[in-house]
Write a protein that binds this ligand. Structure first.
Ligand code: KG4
Ligand code: ZN
Length: 341
């Protein structure tokens, strides 16, 4: 088991991140670089992301170690996200981590990226009260959209997920149609503040349907149809604002309905509703989630944005939780878990 601080690496998408946590879970240093090269393409380009991780990671790791006040030989283990995610970046992060661990003679711990998001809310300090199992996790980002019953460390049940786009992906695509920059979610939310959420009657895909799967592509098509009449002429700002507000409301309504179903699918019921991923920053969505949690008499917890979006602190924390659970169960340390991007 890690005897000493752990260096964690995240490189599954377009964030290059490193963090150092003490063996007790205290964050000693954290650094993240959001790669900017993708903005020009309006989306993450996997090949560019992988090359950028390769260029950025060694220096970022060195600076993170420096910022922690530790020396490399003080580290007790190295961890990295090994999947799911973009394969090129995962290979860069995993091999950098494995190489460093080997050079230091310390264990390497492969971390599942979704597991890291799932456990991030349990990081000391995120919630006033320690979040106990089982809890309900809504993971909504550019790449993920799913509800998980988190029943214990290593014990996750997927209640449902998107059958087409992820929620953030839908925000980004719609923002692009409206001529907003990338990533589109935050800009769409800002514009929506000027608009009327009832101006357009967009569909609520899968609302009321059994289970808790999500679908956003029909919503995206419905919005495209509203823009069509404008052809190549610029969309009046007031129309773009109404479209943004109506779209955002439809997404929040759908997620609210799906999360209600997710609650009903958990027995015993969850102690907490947790949201993670970049879309969890959305104010309208947060308001719906706060309401659903209150209806069920449980707290709603969303980690601060820097821990909600891709980061290495959650990777280090998940590694510690998994090791602690292995020790509790008398299992060998999970350093040889298959690296499966
Ligand atoms: O978790 P994240 O940083 O990266 C991954 O996708 O893994 O999430 C980014 C996504 C983008 O699609 C972005 O548009 C969306 O989260 N997002 C938002 C908001 N802030 C970020 N979507 C809606 N409202 C926001 N305020
Ligand atoms: Zn992620």
């Amino acid at each position: 088991y890690p005897m000493g601080p752990i260096l964690a690496i995240e490189s599954s998408c377009d964030e290059t991140a490193c963090a150092i946590l003490s063996a007790e879970g205290e964050v000693l240093a954290e650094k993240v670089i959001s790669q900017e090269a993708h903005a020009a393409f309006g989306g993450v380009v996997p090949e560019i992301a992988a090359r950028a991780h390769l260029a950025l990671l060694p220096d970022l790791a060195r600076k993170t170690v420096e910022a922690s006040g530790l020396a490399l030989h003080d580290l007790g283990a190295v961890a990295a996200s090994t999947g799911p995610g973009l394969i090129g970046g995962l290979i860069v992060g995993a091999n950098f981590g494995k190489g460093l661990a080997m050079a230091l003679g310390k264990p390497f711990i492969a971390v599942n990226h979704i597991e890291a998001h799932a456990l991030s809310a349990r990081l000391p300090g995120v919630s006033k009260k320690n979040i106990s199992f089982p809890f309900l996790l809504l993971l909504v980002s550019g790449g993920h959209c799913q509800c998980l019953a988190v029943e214990g460390v290593g014990d996750y049940r997927r209640l449902g997920g998107t059958i087409d786009d992820a929620a953030g992906e839908a925000f980004d695509k719609v923002a692009k149609m409206l001529g907003l920059g990338w990533p589109g979610g935050p800009q769409l939310e800002a514009l929506a503040k000027e608009g009327n959420p009832a101006a357009f009657a967009f569909p609520r895909p899968l609302k009321g349907r059994a289970g808790c799967d999500f679908s956003f592509s029909g919503l995206k098509t419905a919005l495209a149809r509203q823009i069509e009449p404008y052809g190549n002429t610029a969309l009046p700002r007031s129309v773009a604002a109404d479209l943004s507000a109506s779209f955002q409301q439809a997404v929040a309504d759908v997620i609210e309905d799906r999360v209600r179903h997710a609650f009903a699918m958990m027995e015993p019921p969850p102690t907490t509703l947790v949201a993670a991923g970049g879309v969890a920053a959305n104010g309208v969505l947060r308001a719906s989630l706060t309401r659903i949690a209150a209806e069920h008499g449980v707290p709603f917890v969303a980690p601060p944005l820097r821990l909600c979006t891709d980061n290495a602190v959650m990777v280090g924390w998940a590694a510690l939780e998994v090791c602690r659970e292995a020790r509790r169960l008398g299992l060998p340390m999970p350093d040889d878990r298959a690296v499966r991007p």
